[in-house]
Design a protein around this ligand. Structure first.
Ligand SMILES: Cc1ncc(COP(=O)(O)O)c(C=O)c1O
Length: 450
C-alpha cells in the first residue's frame, strides 16, 4: 500500500510537537549540554534519536528506564544490545563494586580472566581467547592477525554490513559493483577498494569470485545481517561460505556481537558453524565495556609460536586498559547470571509474540511490510523480505522511521534508533509486548487512515 506523504509529514509534525511538550526537563538539559558538548551529545550517534533533542535518562532497571521528566519507558533498544541482559543487574553491580575497591587496572591478569576464557570456550566452542574493550577493537585486532597469518593484504565483508568503526569494513558496493566508501563514513584513511572486497550476502558466486585471486586474508561476517534489518542466510549459504574459505586458504571470522540473540552460544552453536575467529562484544559485560575474540586450536597454536617478542607492545593489538580487572569481573558476573539457556527460554517467546503482534498490525491495514525474528531480536522493515543488504538498504525510509519511532516514544516505548528493532532481555514481560502491539497498531492505523 502506498503511504500518503503529506499525511505522514502532518502526523510526524504532530508527534514532534507532542514530544517537546512531554519533555521540558530533557529540553533544558539538552540546551545546557550544547554549551560544552559537540552537538550537545557525548557521542555523535546520540543526535540520531527521533525528537528534536535526546531524552536524558534518570535511571534504568531491568527492561525499563525513567527520563528526567519522570516518564517511564519500555526499553526495546537495550543500548543497541549493550544492555541485552537488562539494565542494572545486581550481580554485575556487586561484582563491580567489590572489584573497584580491589583495584581496577594493573596491566596484569586477574583470576577472573581464566574463568571468563574457560566459559567463553565452553559456550562458543573455540579453545583460546583474548579480550578487548569493544567489538570494534576485537574486529580490528582479528583483521591484523588474519593478515599476518595469511600474508594476504585484503579482507572481504558483506555489502551493507556493520562491524563497528573499523576502517576496512566501512565499504559497500557502488552502482557498478565497485567497492566504495560507505555513505556517511568520515575521512577514510585510504580508498577502501585498496583494503576490502565487498560481496552481497547470500551470493555464493560473488564470494567465490572474490576469493579466487588468493589475496583475501579473511571473510569477516555476521552469520545473519542484523544492521540493515535482519537478513537471514539462505539454506546452505553458510556451508558454502565455509567450504569456499577453506578451499582458498581464507580465514573465516564470525562476528556474533548482535547474533548472540540466537541463543547462549550464538548462531555458531545454534547452526553448527566452524569459524577460525569468533568476535563478541556489547552484552557480555552486562553494559560494562568489554569484548572478546576466540580462535581455533590451529590459529592459536600458530599465534602462540610467533607472538610474544619484545615488540609485542607495539603490535597494533592491545590497549592499555584491555583485560582490566573491572571489565573481567563484569563479564564473569554477566555470564554466570544471565545470557544462559534458561534466559533465552524466556526471551525468545517474547520476541515471537512481539513479531506476531507487529505482523498482525501491518497486515490488518494492508501494508506490505515484513517482520523478521532471530532468537530474541526482531525487526520490521518497509518492504517484502530482503535477501541482501542492498535490497534492505533500498527500502530505508527515514521519514517513516522517524514517525514510527516518535509515535512509540511518545507512548512510552523506546525502539533502537537506526532500526525498527526490538530486543528482549530476561526482564521483559508479556504486558510490555502487548503495549507495543497496541501502540504499533494505532500508529499504522493513523498512517493509513484505517
Ligand atoms: C555486528 C557488530 N559488530 C561490531 C559492532 C561494534 O560494536 P562497538 O560499537 O561496541 O564497538 C557492532 C555495533 O553495532 C555490530 O553490530
Amino acid at each position: 500500500m502506498h503511504i500518503d506523504r503529506s499525511r505522514l509529514a502532518r502526523l510526524r509534525a504532530e508527534e514532534a510537537k507532542l514530544f517537546e511538550e512531554l519533555h521540558p526537563r530533557s529540553a533544558e538539559l539538552a540546551h545546557e549540554a550544547s554549551r560544552s558538548l559537540l552537538s550537545g551529545v557525548p557521542m555523535p550517534w546520540m543526535t540520531r534519536w527521533p525528537g528534536s533533542f535526546p531524552l536524558t535518562v534518570a535511571s534504568a532497571t531491568g527492561s525499563r528506564f525513567v527520563d528526567v521528566d519522570g516518564i517511564e519507558y519500555d526499553d526495546f533498544c537495550l543500548g543497541d544490545t549493550g544492555a541485552m541482559t537488562g539494565h542494572g543487574l545486581s550481580a554485575v553491580a556487586d561484582a563491580l563494586h567489590a572489584q573497584a575497591k580491589r583495584g581496577i587496572t594493573t596491566m596484569l591478569p586477574s583470576a577472573d580472566a581464566t574463568w571468563v576464557a574457560d566459559e567463553l570456550a565452553r559456550r562458543f566452542g573455540l579453545p583460546k581467547w583474548q579480550m578487548a574493550l569493544s567489538a570494534t577493537d576485537a574486529n580490528r585486532f582479528v583483521l591484523r592477525l588474519a593478515r599476518m597469518l595469511t600474508g594476504r593484504p585484503k579482507i572481504c565483508v558483506m555489502d551493507w554490513c556493520y562491524h563497528g568503526t573499523v576502517d576496512e569494513t566501512l565499504a559497500i558496493l557502488g552502482p557498478g559493483g565497485e567497492v566504495v566508501s560507505r555513505p556517511g563514513a568520515i575521512g577514510p584513511q585510504v580508498d577502501p577498494a585498496l583494503t576490502t572486497k565487498v560481496v552481497p550476502f547470500n551470493d555464493v558466486a560473488a564470494l567465490e569470485s572474490a576469493l579466487a585471486d588468493g589475496d583475501v586474508a579473511c571473510v569477516l561476517m555476521e552469520p545473519a545481517l542484523t544492521n540493515i534489518g535482519i537478513v537471514l542466510p539462505k539454506p546452505g549459504y553458510l556451508d558454502e561460505v565455509r567450504r569456499l574459505t577453506r578451499s582458498t586458504g581464507t580465514l573465516l571470522v564470525i562476528d556474533e556481537t548482535h547474533t548472540i540473540c540466537a541463543g547462549p552460544g550464538g548462531c555458531t552453536v545454534e547452526w553448527g558453524l566452524e569459524p577460525d575467529f569468533f568476535v563478541i562484544g556489547k552484552p557480555i559485560g552486562g553494559g560494562m565495556p568489554s569484548a572478546a575474540y576466540g580462535m581455533s586450536g590451529d590459529v592459536a597454536a600458530t599465534l602462540e609460536s610467533i607472538l610474544g617478542g619484545d615488540d609485542v607492545d607495539v603490535s597494533g593489538i592491545g590497549g592499555t586498559l584491555t583485560g582490566n580487572a573491572l571489565s573481567l569481573a563484569a563479564v564473569r558476573a554477566t555470564l554466570s547470571s544471565t545470557l544462559r539457556a534458561e534466559d533465552f527460554e524466556r526471551m525468545v517467546p517474547l520476541a515471537q509474540k512481539w513479531t506476531d503482534g507487529v505482523r498482525q498490525g501491518f497486515q490488518s491495514v494492508g501494508l506490505d511490510w515484513h517482520v523478521q525474528r532471530l532468537g530474541c531480536r526482531a525487526e520490521y522493515w518497509f518492504c517484502p523480505p530482503p535477501t541482501s543488504g542492498a535490497e534492505a538498504a533500498a527500502a530505508v525510509d527515514h521519514e517513516l522511521d522517524a514517525f514510527m519511532h516518535l509515535y512509540a516514544l511518545n507512548r512510552g516505548i523506546l525502539m533502537t534508533p537506526f532500526h525498527n528493532m526490538a530486543l528482549f532481555s530476561p526482564a521483559h514481560t508479556v504486558d510490555q509486548v502487548d503495549r507495543h502491539t497496541a501502540v504499533f497498531g494505532s500508529a499504522v492505523r493513523a498512517l493509513t487512515g484505517n
